[in-house]
Design a binder for this molecule. Structure first.
Ligand code: SAM
Length: 367
């Protein structure tokens, strides 16, 4: 009687196990067969029979459990990994095929060094084309940091559609410099030039909406390589604006205090000569040239890609993206005050000033 109860309890427990493993029907049949048997017909199973029965149930439930491979990775995971690897390798192959096709197309093009006229045609779509990549590369804060250094009479060359306009501190005011010394900050006047009249027109339109109150501003379609010093006409109150320590009446007419250029060296036919000219119209003692440019990388593999695709990029966008900005700056003879690079070295920031005469340098070292 006792062993009969043990038998029933075992059957019920194993049934629950079978239900959980998803082989309900077989267990139910087993249980029903046993319960249909009248007590007189029922034979009390021996201990060894019980153990055999339990052994068989265990073997069956193990067989029903999800299988694992010899390395412990479930087959489903293996299948998923296999499909993922296949998709990635197919996509890589597609990218490589497109890249080699683009390279052979680029190498067959005969592109002139001067591609600056491309901007006349792309002016209207320029902002939309660069917006996404500039956001991804966080160029906004980099432009802001550079342009906020502009002070005094400011010239921006290659201004394009005016992507720096929102960052200028317009109007002079007394403040402190990076070293905490009292100084005059902000722009007394702003002159923006670009070779493309279409680009300048967009910049001017933007400025009029952004800062209609600031009148010491002018826009000109002019070549940065020959740009002249023509400052906006000041209103009477301009004479009362604070002057910087190094400024003089003579300098005021021959020089700009700050010259800004962003993403411009890539587009001009002779960037070294242009930089030299900009150096010649920058106030010699305290003037600065602020550059944010793009060009060659720190890495050979990336430079190879830039070189290979340069002709088609220049032909389409009017910019040689594989130029060595560091070499251009060195060749210009301007003095480097600050240099920084980002994005694998392809984005370059420079703060430059006209080369100081030997006597000035010696005096500076002494003091
Ligand atoms: C890549 S866009 C950069 C525009 C803008 N500075 C910016 O950061 O978005 C290059 C600009 O340089 C201008 N450019 C090319 N050669 C020039 C030159 N010799 N003098 C003045 N502007 C020039 C083009 O017309 C174009 O607007």
């Amino acid at each position: 009687m006792n062993s009969s109860r043990v038998f029933h309890a075992t059957v019920r427990r194993q049934c629950r196990l079978f239900f959980a493993r998803g082989i309900k029907s077989k267990t139910r049949r087993t249980a029903q067969t046993i319960s249909r048997t009248s007590p007189s017909q029922r034979q009390t199973p021996s201990r060894s029979e019980l153990e055999k029965f339990q052994e068989r149930l265990r073997a069956e439930s193990e067989a029903a459990a999800p299988k694992k491979t010899s390395h412990g990775i479930p087959p489903r995971a293996l299948t998923f990994l296999g499909i993922t690897a296949l998709v990635i390798s197919t996509y890589t192959g597609y990218l490589y095929a497109s890249y080699t096709r683009e390279v052979s197309k680029a190498q067959s093009l005969d592109v002139p060094t001067d591609v600056s006229d491309r901007y006349n045609a792309t002016a209207r779509t320029f902002d939309a084309e660069v917006e996404l990549s500039e956001k991804a590369m966080r160029m906004g804060p980099k432009r802001a940091d550079l342009v906020r250094m502009a002070r005094g009479d400011v010239l921006e060359v290659s201004c394009g559609t005016g992507r720096n306009l929102e960052y200028y501190e317009l109007g002079e005011r007394r403040g402190v410099d990076a070293e905490g010394k009292s100084t005059v900050r902000g722009c007394r006047s702003l002159t923006l030039v670009d070779l493309s009249p279409q680009m300048v027109a967009i910049a001017e339109e933007k400025f009029r909406q952004l800062r209609p109150d600031f009148t010491r501003v002018q826009f000109r379609a002019q070549d940065a390589a020959t740009v002249t010093v023509e400052k906006p006409v000041f209103s009477a109150s301009a004479t009362t604006t604070p002057r910087g320590a190094g400024d003089s009446a003579v300098h005021q007419d021959r020089y700009y205090d700050t010259i800004v250029q962003t993403m411009g060296l890539c587009s001009m036919p002779d960037p070294v000569a242009t930089l030299r000219h900009l150096g010649a119209i920058t106030e010699p003692a305290r003037g600065r040239i602020l550059l944010l440019e793009h060009g060659r990388s720190h890495y050979d593999w990336l430079n190879r890609i830039l070189d290979n695709l340069a002709p088609s990029h220049a032909d389409r966008h009017g910019c040689w993206w594989n130029r060595d900005i560091g070499a251009i700056v060195r060749e210009s003879g301007l003095e480097v005050v600050e240099e920084k690079r980002w994005h694998f070295g392809t984005t370059w920031k420079y703060v430059l000033r006209p080369r100081q005469p030997a006597a000035t340098n010696a005096k500076e070292v002494k003091s």
